[in-house]
Design a protein around this ligand. Sequence first.
Ligand SMILES: [Zn+2]
Length: 77
Amino acid sequence: MLNFFIIYNNMKKHSFLNQISFFQIMKCAICKTKVQETFLKKIIGTHIKDAKGKKHTICFECQKKFPKKEDMLANMK
Ligand SMILES: [Zn+2]
């Protein structure tokens, strides 16, 4: 699980690049609602990677509901 958090922190550091790659994937991986963006195209929520390295967008509501990344991954459909 440690690797996962290192990847997550790196993603935050390089958020500008991630915004480009996530540009078309803007639905929450858990509740499937559209993840809102600020005017700077920064999402209101977070991005996580699963065990296979696939990136997922998580909305702010689900981020509050599932504070742990493990819980987010477990609740994805
Ligand atoms: Zn959600």
